[in-house]
Ligand binder design. Structure first.
Ligand SMILES: *[C@@H]1O[C@H](CO)[C@@H](O)[C@H](O)[C@H]1NC(C)=O
Length: 230
């Protein structure tokens, strides 16, 4: 066995078999427990920090996205348009483009073209109102409607017109109602138009009547014009 005259490793290392001294029981245990508690506290603190941070990021994102969608319709086209921002009702913004405009004291109609109030609490989302016209930003199918209250002893008409770049003639009549005389003087009537149309970006919609001076203007909600994507 002892070929080179040295004792074998196994022989010399005879003490290795001895079990190591157990750690001093009480002190070590206490130190370990304290370290564990500290570790738990630190991990807990870190988790709390992450949760708070998460909440902040969530609220920041919520308010940022709400304000961008509200101002988005204002900035499209690079020009400033007299539009009210879409105010969320109970924190809810519409899911699709929508507009509902009414008459108002601030409104001055043109001879044949109805103008609409920007003060009478209009709903305007992802659409613009500019110089009597509702401007479409998103292509799609829309329900278009208008109601007017009028008194006219002569022929009266009420139309919704589409102004589009895609048509050489400039405008297309989407909807029309007519009423012919004879009517007893002072008689009042309503005209309602409504239908679905495929509209493209930058299409403009407006309402013409035979004579805007014949429109009865008592309450803002008696004369309305609206559009919404379906
Ligand atoms: C609508 O009325 C305006 C004047 O207010 C007129 O210039 C325009 O031609 C009318 N549109 C149609 C389609 O009759």
């Amino acid at each position: 066995m002892e070929k080179h005259g040295y004792p074998s490793v196994f022989v010399v290392d005879s003490s290795a078999g001895r079990p190591p001294l157990p750690p001093r029981p009480t002190k070590g245990k206490m130190r370990g427990g304290a370290a564990q508690t500290l570790l738990f506290m630190l991990v807990g603190l870190a988790l709390c920090g992450m949760i708070i941070e998460g909440c902040f990021i969530y609220y920041l994102y919520q308010s940022a996205s709400a304000s961008t969608t509200a101002t988005a319709s204002k900035l499209i086209g690079g020009e400033t348009v007299a539009t009210p921002t879409a105010r969320p009702i109970n924190g809810l913004l519409p899911s699709k483009p929508v507009a509902h405009l009414t008459d108002g004291h601030d409104v001055k109609h043109k001879k044949h073209t109805m103008a609409w109030s920007m003060n009478a609490d209009p709903i305007l989302y992802q659409m613009d109102y500019k110089d009597t016209k509702l401007i479409v930003h998103k292509e799609g199918y829309y329900y278009v409607y208008s109601k007017v209250f009028f008194s006219d002893s002569k022929t009266f008409y009420h139309v919704i017109e589409l102004h589009t770049k895609r048509y050489a003639g400039g405008h297309i009549t989407l909807l029309q109602s007519r009423r012919y005389a004879p009517v007893t003087s002072g008689m009042r009537s309503n005209s309602y138009l409504g239908g679905v149309f495929h509209l493209y970006k930058d299409d403009a919609l407006y309402v013409n009547v035979s004579d805007t001076s014949k429109i009865e203007r008592h309450k803002s909600y008696e004369n309305v014009f609206g559009v919404f994507m379906i």
